[in-house]
Write a protein that binds this ligand. Structure first.
Ligand SMILES: Cc1cc2nc3c(=O)[nH]c(=O)nc-3n(C[C@H](O)[C@H](O)[C@H](O)COP(=O)(O)OP(=O)(O)OC[C@H]3O[C@@H](n4cnc5c(N)ncnc54)[C@H](O)[C@@H]3O)c2cc1C
Length: 392
């Protein structure tokens, strides 16, 4: 593959950079991750509508769906730049990163015409209703049911860890439609309106005190049958596609690269009479993290290149997921050590270095290997599908 971007893509990237530099206020403490801080949602909505109006949110999508008719490479460039400029998450991972691409593979033309333009314009934000209290890695054991009743399905059950559930307009939901079938075969995927009667979303606060995810309860929620995606009992395949797209995301790598750059800038300043950069150990550590971030970037570029070639990345995306989660932990661990006692100050504290962002990353990085499928599960995928090793 060719790692160089075409002249046309570089020109568009320059335009995008100028737009983001102008739109995102200096010092804006945007997200380092995939979640929307509640106080940033109004700004995020506005920013994403502006990007959508330019068709820049979904460059890889066909023009009829609000895209630019480009490739996954441009989509990756967009994610990389948004994360570098620390734009608010804007629901983009779950909307244009996961649900949209999976719909392009599995949904009907009528469904895509109805749903994709509202994703592309930044109007609708999605969340993902997969995990349940007793079903995470073993997702196929889920218990939430969808029972057909005339032109509707009636949803009953509970989801958990619903990131962005409290700010999303719609959910891509998995529910059991056939109790008798083998567990992978009796699941269906639906688009659900989060305002539908019977849905309640309750907060779960994470270790950083943020409400990034939720529990979502479904009490006889009625979903029109036309919102079943990919056909009845085919939900497992829809889910598998979404997860492959989720794991190939470059934004986390770009966020880590930016944090390394921020740490380098901080180390070059004078603190308590000394310049950390003058210490060869500090320089060596930061150089190593920079190199690892560049490796992660190339892994992500390769995944995007596979997508641009019309393939759905699988074990390749799992490699990226493992690398990005480990890198997030390494950067945050080294960052809090480098910043010393001040590094323990939280966002908003007067003397918090780098906006207190490194501490927040330190607290949240531990969940990186769990979100989107655990590190062990990714390693199983790499071993079996990548290396051809037998199942353990
Ligand atoms: C920050 C964050 C955001 C999330 N957002 C969402 C979301 O928006 N929507 C959603 O549906 N879910 C979401 N999740 C849930 C996530 O998908 C699950 O946490 C994940 O799939 C693991 O499931 P579990 O937590 O039930 O752990 P378990 O599956 O119970 O795993 C427990 C341990 O057992 C290990 N294990 C399990 N099976 C195997 C195996 N076959 N081989 C080896 N080891 C194994 C795991 O690696 C892990 O260490 C989120 C999670 C996090 C942390």
């Amino acid at each position: 593959m060719d790692f160089n971007l075409s002249a046309e893509t570089r020109a568009w990237r320059d335009e995008l950079r100028a737009f983001l530099a102008a739109e995102i206020p200096a010092g804006f403490a945007g997200s380092d991750d995939f979640f929307d801080r509640e106080d940033q949602v109004p700004f995020a909505r506005e920013l994403y509508r502006k990007l959508g109006a330019r068709r820049w949110l979904t460059p890889a999508w066909a023009e009829q769906y609000g895209g630019m008719g480009k490739t996954a490479i441009e989509q990756m460039v967009l994610n990389e730049e948004l994360a570098w400029y620390r734009a608010p998450a804007g629901g983009r991972l779950f909307t244009i990163g996961i649900t949209g691409p999976a719909m392009l593979v599995h949904a009907s033309a009528e469904q895509n015409a109805r749903y994709l333009p509202r994703m592309a314009s930044g109007e609708d934000w999605y969340c993902q209703g997969f995990s349940e209290p007793e079903s995470g890695s073993d997702l196929a054991s889920m218990q939430t049911t969808a029972t057909r009743d005339g032109d509707e399905y009636v949803i009953r059950g509970q989801k958990i860890w619903t990131s962005n559930g409290h700010v999303a307009d719609k959910m891509l939901l998995l529910a059991r439609t056939d109790q008798a079938a083998a567990k992978h075969r009796g699941i269906s995927a639906f688009i659900v309106d989060m305002a539908a009667p019977g849905i309640s979303v309750q907060p779960i606060l994470n270790i950083a005190g943020r409400r990034d995810f939720n529990q979502t309860f479904f009490d006889d929620v009625r979903v029109p049958a036309k919102d079943l995606v990919g056909g009845e009992n085919n939900g497992w395949y829809v889910a598998a596609t979404t997860l492959d797209f989720e794991r190939s995301n470059i934004a986390a790598i770009s966020g880590a690269r930016r944090t390394v750059a921020d740490l380098v800038a901080w180390a070059k300043e004078r603190h308590a009479g000394r310049r950390p950069w003058d210490d060869a150990n500090v320089r060596a550590h930061l150089a190593e993290l920079h190199v690892e971030a560049e490796v992660g970037r190339l892994i992500a570029y390769r995944t995007a290149w596979l997508q641009a070639a019309g393939k759905v990345p699988n074990y390749e995306a799992s490699i990226g997921k493992v690398w990005m989660a480990m890198l997030g932990i390494k950067v945050a661990n080294y960052g809090v050590n480098l910043l010393g006692l001040y590094g323990q100050l939280t966002r908003g504290a007067e003397h918090a270095p780098i906006d207190g962002r490194v501490l927040e990353s330190y607290l949240l990085a531990a969940s990186g290997p769990v979100a989107g499928g655990t590190g062990e599960v990714q390693r199983n995928i790499i071993a079996q599908r990548g290396l051809g090793l037998p199942r353990g």
